[in-house]
Write a protein that binds this ligand. Structure first.
Ligand SMILES: [Zn+2]
Length: 178
């Protein structure tokens, strides 16, 4: 006979690994793919190793990392926000020393993360090659001295109403460069 409780056990364990309090009240979300941006704060400069890029110096300030989650925003953002995980992507190294991180999402998959990255303006490229090993971009990380405005849907709102967020997306799509 099939044992049904296995699924319940898995989701309870997954929820317990997450630190965001709002998450505990949330039932399993539908898998919604999309793009996202992480707004990362560093209070002080940091010199850290970033995988194959070697040692990198990060100035104090704000960083925006752009990525895509074709297998679901929930799974990817939850991983980014989890502490103490194995470092795999470049961004994992920066997040490990970050003083703060906020996630923003763009549900849907009709735009590439490279376009979304290029729609950011006013920042500089702090680390060539960061997060862009698989595409032609110079980097998927942008540095800002002051907090930039992110035009996407805050992660907390997405978690609260994941299915409604697809409709919300039309309002939050960033302006594209002419
Ligand atoms: Zn790219």
């Amino acid at each position: 006979m099939m044992r049904q409780p296995a699924l319940k056990h898995t989701s309870r364990r997954a929820a317990s690994q997450l630190e965001q309090p709002f998450y505990h009240a949330q039932r399993t979300m539908a898998v919604i793919p999309g793009m996202y941006q992480l707004l990362i704060r560093l209070h002080r400069p940091a010199r850290i190793r970033v995988g194959a890029l070697g040692r990198v110096r990060f100035q104090a300030g704000w960083y925006v990392y752009t990525g895509s989650a074709r297998n679901g925003l929930e799974q990817r953002i939850s991983r980014h926000l989890r502490k103490g995980k194995q470092k795999y992507w470049h961004i994992d190294y920066l997040l490990a020393v970050a003083d703060g991180v906020e996630a923003f999402v763009l549900p849907g998959s009709d735009q590439s993360e490279c376009e979304l990255h290029r729609s950011l303006w006013g920042g500089t490229v702090p680390v060539p090659g960061f997060g862009s090993s698989d595409c032609g971009c110079r980097s998927h990380l942008v540095y800002f001295k002051h907090r930039p405005r992110i035009g996407l849907l805050p992660w907390e709102e997405f978690v609260r109403r994941p299915t409604r967020s697809v409709a919300w997306r039309a309002r939050c799509a960033p302006a594209r460069r002419a």
